[in-house]
Design a binder for this molecule. Structure first.
Ligand code: F6R
Length: 606
């Protein structure tokens, strides 16, 4: 949540900061700002709304200085406006901050008592005044070490000092932060993505650490203020992944990329010649595992639910799932023979990280299914299964969802086979089917025209429902989430068989209901539930797969047919029309598809 960039250089930095902020906008976009030091004075320019507004702010052109910090905000404390936008500055200190300072009210009272005057409603401003207060009696290093000890909560910080026109301090606790190295300049960024256009040499800070960044030198410190050494990592870079190319939106590009990303995932884990799954260096014996716990948030949680259905169907393992924000505060019964799997695209989601941390403290076996292999969740798990999707920039997750469920399906097959729940023949047949999946996704993607024709009716609706049973139920939840986050239409995902226990009361004449009924073992049951909603006036869009058999229903609003494969793999295919439905619905409404209101890509606050 929120994005930070800092640059110290031998040339003016404001334009480069603005460029990086544009890349970071997916992390927050309700306001943006930059501060630099020029001629011994801290100068800041801030604007409400997008980075575009900041760029057009007439003051930005005159913002000189060879050291600066910038920020894009996703509001937590205080409404989104230019006063609450970061950086926040006193006469001698300027700060950008991601995270939440939980004791800000107490600190503010203390600082007001000392004569400090606050301008904004943010928790961040207390950090500025706290450091300024310490600077009255201490040097910079001691002021920082003391101030950081007084802050409760989470932070990634970028700090400028009026009297140090070559220095940025970065500090991390609970929110990611990276240092980048360039020729005659160095950088601070809330993730490597922000820095990628400038460098591929990165060091990540760990919780409690801080750093002094100058244009020709970087020093790292632990929380006691003692100097430490840290490794410089070289990131792989493929700039094309970070551009929209010919697509109107990243989301459209990411939906269309799915045949390739799924194919990459399969190539990574499946021995094509021998129809065998390879999970190299798995640190435990699969035979010794008796249960699995999957944990995630939002779309990643839906991946966990999908995996539960597969693991239960194809293995003898006991499987449970949890929403990370619930798991982290419950009294959990930790089990030694359980594998705890953390699913996350970004690998930085605060709740998922906290759940991982809890498992680590209890010495559990932890495995991360992540897209960003350089993330905190990846680095701190015992074992990592990357999903190999490439960067996902659109705030609404699409290719990462398919990537996550692909890896979880591969894991299910491997575990089922090793534990002798699946015969070699069934195991290898399922792998053969899996290898055909990219082609089937490619064909299923070709339904834009039909979907474009439906969305105007959908867009008139006050609310909608997405129904599915069995393997289609997690996909119904995911379809509903996509529609609500992109089109702001109320959408509820529900198990089709559960409607009669309450939600059927919501159905009225003309209400759009999207029914997921591929021709799997649940097909007939779902079709019966579909009749119940049609009988009550619902306008049903049926999503099924192609078959020579006729559809067992009349009075449908519309039908979309995906390609055909085995029952396990149908969830991949029925996801595609739901992604497109949400995309075209938002497109027709003229909404900001890659940056839906109130949301951010990487949720690093709890
Ligand atoms: C929805 C969406 C979110 C994320 C959730 C977890 O489209 O993208 O629900 O899935 O915030 O994020 P990660 O996967 O980064 O942990």
């Amino acid at each position: 949540m929120c994005g930070i960039i800092g640059i110290t250089s031998n040339k003016t930095v404001s334009a480069a900061i603005i460029n990086s902020l544009k890349k970071l906008e997916y992390r927050g976009y309700d306001s943006a700002g930059v501060a630099t030091i020029y001629d011994g004075v801290i100068k800041e320019v801030k604007s409400e709304g997008r980075v575009e507004n900041l760029e057009q702010n007439s003051l930005i052109k005159s913002l000189e200085g060879t050291v600066g910090i910038g920020h894009v905000r996703w509001a937590t404390h205080g409404v989104p406006n230019s006063i609450n936008a970061h950086p926040h500055s006193s006469s001698n200190v300027s700060v950008v901050h991601n995270g939440i300072i939980e004791n800000s009210t107490i600190l503010k009272k203390f600082l007001e008592g000392k004569g400090h005057v606050f301008k904004s409603q943010t928790d961040t401003e207390v950090i500025v005044h706290l450091i300024s207060e310490h600077l009255k009696t201490k040097n910079i290093l001691n002021s920082i070490t003391t101030a950081l000890k007084q802050l409760h909560g989470s932070y990634a910080l970028g700090i400028l000092f009026k009297d140090e026109p070559d220095l940025i301090i970065g500090a991390r606790r609970g929110s990611p932060l990276a240092v980048g190295y360039g020729p005659n300049e160095n950088y601070l960024g809330s993730d490597s993505y922000a820095l990628k256009s400038m460098t591929n040499k990165i060091t990540y800070l760990e919780d409690g650490e801080f750093c002094f960044i100058k244009k020709d030198q970087v020093s790292f410190y632990n929380e006691k203020g003692i100097k430490i050494n840290k490794k410089v990592l070289e990131l792989s870079s493929n700039q094309a992944n970070y551009e929209k190319g010919d697509f109107k939106h990243f989301m459209a590009k990411e939906i269309e990329e799915q045949p390739v990303t799924i194919s990459n995932g399969i190539k990574e884990y499946v021995d094509q010649l021998n129809n065998e799954i390879n999970i190299y260096n798995f640190p435990w014996s699969i035979d010794d595992l008796n249960s699995i716990k999957l944990i995630g948030c939002g779309t990643a949680y839906h991946s966990c639910l999908m995996a539960k259905y597969w693991f239960e169907e194809l293995t003898s393992l006991d499987v449970s799932i949890d929403i990370a924000s619930e798991f982290r505060y419950r009294k959990n019964k930790f089990k030694k023979d359980c594998l705890y799997i953390f699913v996350s695209q970004s690998g930085e989601t605060a709740d998922t990280y906290a759940a991982l941390d809890l498992c680590k403290q209890n010495k559990m076996k932890t495995c991360a299914v992540v897209n960003s292999v350089e993330s905190s969740i990846a680095r701190d798990s015992n074992f990592v299964l990357p999903i190999h999707c490439g960067p996902e920039i659109g705030v609404a997750s699409t290719k990462a969802f398919l990537g996550q469920i692909l890896i979880l399906y591969i894991l299910t097959l491997k575990f089922g086979y090793v534990k002798k729940d699946l015969s070699k023949k069934i195991y290898q047949n399922k792998i053969k089917d899996l290898k055909k999946l990219p082609k089937l996704i490619e064909k299923t993607l070709l339904m834009d025209n039909k979907i474009q024709n439906i969305v105007s009716d959908l867009n008139e609706a006050k609310g909608s429902m997405f129904l599915g049973r069995g393997f289609s139920y997690p996909i119904a939840l995911e379809g509903a989430l996509k529609l609500k986050e992109l089109s702001y239409i109320h959408a509820e995902g529900y198990p089709a068989g559960e409607m009669k226990h309450g939600p059927l009361a919501l159905i009225e004449e003309g209400m759009p209901v999207i029914v997921l009924a591929p021709r799997d073992s649940y097909y007939k049951k779902t079709i019966s539930n579909m009749q119940e909603v049609i009988a009550r006036g619902a306008k049903v869009l049926l999503i099924t797969n192609k078959s020579k058999d006729e559809i067992l229903s009349e009075n449908l609003w519309e039908t979309l047919e995906v390609e055909t494969t085995n029952d396990d793999l149908l969830p991949f295919l029925i996801t595609i029309p739901l992604q497109k439905l949400a995309y075209y619905s938002a497109l027709q409404k003229g909404f900001d598809i890659d940056k839906p209101r109130n949301l951010a890509k990487s949720v690093t606050v709890e």
